[in-house]
Design a protein. Structure first.
Length: 205
């Protein structure tokens, strides 16, 4: 995720709102977009309280906007962290830990129900900017879908090239989101290499 964010931020930064655009933040379901298997949702309340739902279990935190610094202070899970503005629109909030390289990425579930951050940013900003008549595979129907038990847990492969053979460009999902980047063993001598929710290549080892 960090590699994708670092590559795309320079291309989309000019479209960003500032953090003080509170109408975008308040009372919306912001889902954490990372490589973990948890479903964590943040809701920023008007009174600066923060509701955090981890797979349905709710805890409370606080948030405070630092306008002049273009930063936000988040208190949750017994920690207090300062994040700087990276990017904000009605569907995506990208923050970066102050003084570090860690990104904290949130996706508005109301605006992007499938939580596909990469597809949203590329289709709305990057491809539009480059003058491409963008048509993603999400607008097409895969030839077939299959649940597969891999060495990293159950995944779903959406086949676009062959109806039953994983190929480069096929989609890979896990827990309703893009499968985390990495190498997946799906048979005794067959592996798929996943990047940004797609098969980048296949191999026998």
């Amino acid at each position: 995720m960090r590699i994708f964010i670092e590559k795309i931020l320079p291309k989309i930064l000019s479209y960003s709102e500032k953090l003080d655009k509170l109408t975008i933040l308040i009372d919306e379901p912001w889902v954490v977009n990372d490589d973990s298997q948890k479903f964590t949702k943040f809701i920023f309340r008007k009174d600066n309280s923060l509701l955090i739902s981890d797979n349905g279990s709710v805890t409370l935190g606080k948030w405070d906007l630092l306008n002049k610094a273009n930063s936000i202070l988040l208190e949750f899970n017994n920690s207090l962290k300062l994040y700087n503005h990276g990017f904000l629109d009605e569907a995506v909030l990208i923050l970066k830990i102050d003084g570090g390289s860690e990104y904290f990425v949130l996706v508005n579930q109301n605006k992007i129900p499938n939580l596909d951050l990469e597809n949203y940013l590329e289709s709305k900003y990057v491809n539009k900017q480059e003058g491409i008549n963008y048509r993603t595979k999400h607008s097409l129907t895969p030839k077939s879908r299959a649940k597969i038990n891999s060495d990293k847990g159950e995944i779903i492969i959406e086949y676009f090239s062959s109806p039953d053979m994983p190929s480069k460009g096929d989609f890979v999902l896990q827990n309703g989101k893009n499968a985390p980047n990495g190498k997946y063993k799906i048979d005794s001598m067959f592996f798929i290499h996943v990047f940004n929710g797609e098969i980048e290549k296949t191999s026998m080892f």
